[in-house]
Design a protein around this ligand. Structure first.
Ligand SMILES: [Zn+2]
Ligand SMILES: [Zn+2]
Length: 115
């Protein structure tokens, strides 16, 4: 049975600045880098997100508007850990979270993401 939380292909598309994930059930998710960076699940970023929006921009500078994913590592068999152009790489996006975040018209990740 196809596992909707198991990626079969993960591609960094530099041209479109998107992470493209193909899942075992055939679904394809396209995540703009900025979308992923803003949702970094690490503890440090979670604290930043609790600040008012304007404060967050001051703290993070231009990274929020134009983040670049410079590398990506698999973490065991359950997630990915992107490296960002600001050197940040503390956030592990587990596959289930990633699938729930899928921003496509069908999934509407924002509204379904657990919080
Ligand atoms: Zn983070
Ligand atoms: Zn989707």
């Amino acid at each position: 049975m196809a596992d909707p939380y198991l990626p079969v292909e993960i591609v960094r598309e530099s041209a479109s600045r998107e992470l493209v994930v193909t899942w075992e059930d055939g679904h394809v998710s396209r995540y703009p880098y900025a979308y992923l960076r803003e949702r970094c699940p690490c503890a440090a970023c979670a604290v930043l997100r609790e600040q008012p929006r304007d404060r967050l921009k001051v703290v993070s500078g231009p990274v929020v508007s134009a983040p670049e994913m410079t590398d990506i590592q698999l973490v065991g068999r359950y997630g990915i850990e992107p490296t960002w152009n600001d050197g940040h790489r503390m956030g592990i996006y587990d596959f289930e979270m990633l699938r729930l975040l899928c921003p496509c018209a069908v999934c509407k990740g924002e509204t379904r993401a657990p919080q």
